[in-house]
Design a protein around this ligand. Sequence first.
Ligand SMILES: NC(=O)c1ccc[n+]([C@@H]2O[C@H](COP(=O)([O-])OP(=O)(O)OC[C@H]3O[C@@H](n4cnc5c(N)ncnc54)[C@H](O)[C@@H]3O)[C@@H](O)[C@H]2O)c1
Length: 269
Amino acid sequence: MGERIERVLVTGAAGVIGRALVPALAERFEVKATDLVGGDGIVVADLRDARAIEGVVAGCDAIVHLGGIANEHRWEEIAAVNIGGTQAVFEAAKKAGARRVIFASSVHAVGMYPRALLGVDVVPRPDTFYGVSKVAGEALGRLYAEKWGLEVACLRIASYQERPRDRRHLSTWLSPGDMVRLVSACLEAPTLSPVAPQGFCVLNAISANTRRWMDDSGWAHVGYTPVDDAEVYATEVAHLHGPEDEISEQVQGGFFAAADYRGLAGDAG
Ligand SMILES: NC(=O)c1ccc[n+]([C@@H]2O[C@H](COP(=O)([O-])OP(=O)(O)OC[C@H]3O[C@@H](n4cnc5c(N)ncnc54)[C@H](O)[C@@H]3O)[C@@H](O)[C@H]2O)c1
């Protein structure tokens, strides 16, 4: 069991999740924020610049790594920012002697699985280059945990939203409040797993959704107890979905799984 975590760096702090998470974590930890774009109290650092990342990581006990491209994009961008940048974060954490990294992985690492209850100990089935980058991030996390003793929690975030907006979200929703509860639990848990390697875990990151397709493996061990359930929005959104015979309605990853989905690469890619 290591020292208590006090100083926490949040990457991607200017993003959708970061903007909500930073003030919530600041109630319990000394929080430092970084992003590619500046803003109130945010230190600018590009994930593609390993030395800059070393600079912001120095002195922190833990890193909540949210920074990156949060959508499908051209391979070059995904590889540089999401894979290269994530390696830079783990490497900087190791060099700085940080204790723990919480990595924002994604359901898109396993997005090609059908819509049936899915655990965390499964072979990756990414639905995009973006999903591949999350598989790589999890593998990097396991490498740094098993080889160099860094503690790493990989959170397979499904759909972080203020509220569910379609039928899929009734299964995949992660509420802002539950995201704070999950990250806080991962920062405060004495160990991340009951079995070796005790300093590593992959967790499905969703709320307590009645219709969930992702299981709760590891939640009790880290002390995550979600309180929100997307079901309260069912009458508003259950009718919002695409044609049942399309892959986007059959697999966990939704429209990311469609053969022609290009995300931010758009037509230009
Ligand atoms: N929102 C979701 O539902 C969801 C689901 C699964 C996984 N995730 C993951 O959670 C994390 C946060 O998601 P979000 O919804 O807040 O995304 P977001 O796009 O709002 O935030 C990502 C942040 O990363 C920053 N960033 C991008 N490139 C960078 C670079 N080169 N250097 C430094 N910073 C850079 C952006 O400026 C942005 O502020 C991402 O890693 C995303 O892949 C999110």
